[in-house]
Design a protein around this ligand. Structure first.
Ligand code: PMV
Length: 364
């Protein structure tokens, strides 16, 4: 598909109002997206587990405006409170998606949104929130263009979510989603995420992700700034080719269930992501001393018990513990005994791979 394929036919909008409510999950990348080109095009392909418990629930009411405008107007309520500080990000999102949703400029939107996880937990909410909002927008578009197929709906929701936050395009479907072109992924696109169609070993079913909240404060460097530091990064080319290669290996591992290989790829990806931050100009660190202490503990645990527990990291200090459902009791005990001490206020979130976004309601 090409970008222009997402521009709908020009129609006269006869519907005056509507509403949509969607829940979209967060996701955790196994092969990381880090670095992008103009138009939110990823510099390398990525693959993620869609999560389940960590999600955003968004309800949007659409009302036809009486006056003409260039961009939709909107009110935003986040967890029951008006949050004008979120407006610039949402306005930028609307500006970016408007060429593909021209009908939107005739509407005023009342957006009400909440996360299942604490906002200041250091868990990126942009993926789940941009996916949930995009699904609401597309739900309205489906009213205006009733011939839209379910596949086209999901594809375009992911396409729009990408324009809000790159990784958000992987928060529409599940349980594994790829984004970006790769020689072994037929149908993969830089423009939207695609539910992973390769064969997946049973061990990866309902794979656990326990998120240790190490540092709940604001990040010192945003992901947007981090991506742009990849432009002139000394190791950029090697990093992008490493991601391609790691994805090739991961595709085999997902098929054969080799959990040792899985740990090696996933941990290497996490550390490579942070290595890029540490070698950017200017360089910076998002890991905290407690992050490193946890990583050492995980390696020790794996060595001592043989349990296939591994970690990954986002662009932050929190640690995602990944493990098969069969190891749950042992790992949770290990977390309680040894890792909780490194978490801010002893907090962690128990999550697992999930099936993707869910529609909770709509009306016209
Ligand atoms: O979607 P963004 O622009 O916030 O980038 C996030 C990138 C990582 O979370 C660090 C990696 C990934 O692929 O999700």
């Amino acid at each position: 598909m090409l970008v222009q394929d997402f521009i709908p036919a020009d129609i006269e909008v006869k519907t005056d109002q509507g509403s949509a409510s969607w829940r979209a999950p967060s996701n955790i990348a196994l092969v990381k997206y880090w670095g992008k080109y103009e138009g939110q095009i990823p510099a390398n392909p990525s693959l993620s587990f869609t999560l389940s418990a960590s999600h955003t629930h968004t309800t949007t009411h659409f009302k036809k405006r009486t006056e003409q405008g260039e961009i939709p107007t909107f009110d935003l309520i986040f967890e029951g409170k008006s949050r004008p500080d979120f407006h610039p990000k949402i306005s930028t999102y609307f500006e970016r998606i408007l060429p593909y949703t021209p009908w939107l400029k005739d509407f005023h939107l009342e957006i009400s949104t909440e996360n299942s996880f604490p906002h200041s937990s250091g868990i990126a909410s942009s993926a789940s929130s941009m996916a949930a909002l995009s699904l609401c927008v597309l739900e309205m578009e489906r009213v205006l263009y009733p011939s839209m197929t379910d596949d086209a709906f999901l594809r375009k929701a992911s396409f729009l979510a990408r324009l809000g936050s790159g990784s958000a395009c992987r928060s529409v479907e599940g349980p594994l989603v790829s984004w970006g072109r790769h020689e072994k992924l037929s149908g993969g696109s830089d423009l939207y995420g695609t539910a992973y169609g390769g064969s997946v070993h049973d061990v990866f079913r309902e794979y656990r992700d326990t998120i240790l909240l190490v540092h709940k404060g604001q990040k010192t460097v945003s992901s947007t700034a981090g991506h742009s530091l990849m432009k002139d990064h000394h190791y950029a080319r090697q990093r992008f080719s490493q991601a391609h290669l790691n994805l090739t290996h991961l595709i085999d591992i997902l098929k054969n269930g080799d959990l040792e290989g899985f740990a090696q790829i996933v941990e290497s990806e996490a550390l490579s992501l942070h290595a890029m931050m540490m070698t950017s100009i200017p360089y910076y660190l998002l890991m905290k001393p407690n992050t490193l202490a946890i990583l050492e503990k995980i390696w020790e645990f794996r060595r001592d018990t043989g349990e296939p527990l591994c970690f990954t990291l986002d662009a932050g200090a929190n640690v995602h513990l990944l493990y098969p459902a069969s190891g749950e009791d042992k790992v949770l005990q290990f977390i309680k005994n040894e890792l909780v001490a490194y978490c801010e206020k002893g907090q962690y979130i128990c999550d697992q791979s999930g099936q993707g976004a869910k529609k909770l309601g709509s009306a016209v």
